[in-house]
Ligand binder design. Structure first.
Ligand SMILES: O=P(O)(O)O[C@@H]1C[C@H](O)[C@@H](CO)O1
Ligand SMILES: Nc1nc2[nH]cnc2c(=O)[nH]1
Length: 296
């Protein structure tokens, strides 16, 4: 499909090859996919009837290179819901094209997945946010996309979706409401919020001036992932829920001596494990309460 010198590595046929390889080796037929962010691979721990595949064994699949991203695809059930979890995601800063970063999402689509839950670790820009808060993603700012780093650039394959997809409802309202209702029922409303996530390419964390700019632009948190996956998911008609764990506060003034680092990000992810898992598992168990199909 991708021609004219566009070196796309993730054609429909390549996605199909990986999908068929998986489907011929598992009886699982997931309807929900979960992408685990940095240090959040534990989210797959409560799956029953597990069957796992290492990324390096799956045709055309990228491999994880970042600490805190295990590198396996785990099939199984949460309650009675068939799911697939990515224990480890891919990032632009690892050197992957956004086409490769998002290839698993298209494979999920081809295997019959209908809903995707993306999780990540991010830095809080909103002054009300505290470390350990869980942000239900309401909307996003695709900063790399503004500069042409966009997973849908290049010839469009209509078998996945339309040329000009709508993104104003990328994060389904009904799914967000369900996640927020569940958080209230679990007694978590003090630390579960909604907000706007902004992606930068990384791998460095923000300068103070950059953080101020992102905040002024309307970002509540900043990270280095998620938006390409969400964009491709919306393009191919998947419903999306995004959960972002605020692992650090991003310094917005020069007097702040705190220095963010990846170890801290992984540490906070571990600390909030139980709560995040409760929200996620309850959400999956009740996901059939929401029938709305996302469309513009
Ligand atoms: O995969 P996510 O977005 O959760 O990872 C975040 C962003 C960087 O990869 C890393 C920085 O600590 O965590
Ligand atoms: N860009 C960015 N990504 C993060 N991931 C976790 N924390 C942060 C942060 O402060 N900035």
């Amino acid at each position: 499909m991708h021609s004219k010198g566009n070196s796309c590595c993730c054609s429909f046929d390549e996605c199909k090859l990986g999908t068929e390889w998986l489907l011929s080796r598992t009886r699982h037929r997931p309807k929900i996919a979960v992408i685990c962010g940095s240090g959040l691979g534990f989210l797959a721990e409560s799956i029953s009837n597990k069957q796992a595949f290492r990324y390096e064994d799956i045709p055309n699949f990228p491999v994880s290179t970042v600490p805190g991203h295990d590198g396996q695809l785990v099939f199984g059930y949460i309650n009675d819901k068939p799911c697939v979890f990515m224990q480890g995601r891919f990032h632009l800063y690892e050197g992957y094209s956004l086409c490769k970063v998002t290839l698993p999402v298209r494979m999920f689509k081809l295997m019959g997945v209908e809903m995707i839950i993306v999780t990540n670790a991010s830095g809080g820009l909103c002054q009300d946010f505290k470390v350990g808060d869980i942000m239900v993603i309401k909307d996003h700012i695709n900063l790399p996309g503004f500069a042409g780093q966009h997973p849908l650039c290049g010839p469009n394959d209509e078998r996945f979706g339309i040329r000009f997809p709508c993104m104003s409802d990328a994060y389904s309202k009904d799914l967000r409401k369900l996640a927020l209702d569940i958080s209230t029922e679990l007694g978590y409303s003090d630390f579960v919020r909604e907000g706007v996530y902004c992606m930068v390419s990384g791998p460095n964390f923000e300068t103070v001036a950059e953080a101020r700019m992102l905040h002024i632009l309307g970002s509540d948190s900043v990270g280095m992932s998620t938006i390409p996956e969400v964009t491709v998911a919306k393009h191919c008609g998947l419903r999306v829920l995004g959960l972002s764990l605020i692992t650090n506060k991003v310094p917005l003034d020069y007097s702040n001596e705190e220095k963010v680092n990846h170890e801290e990000v992984l540490h906070i992810s571990k600390m909030r494990a139980e709560m995040l898992q409760n929200v996620l598992n309850t959400f999956i168990a009740r996901s059939d309460q929401v029938e709305t199909i996302n469309s513009c």
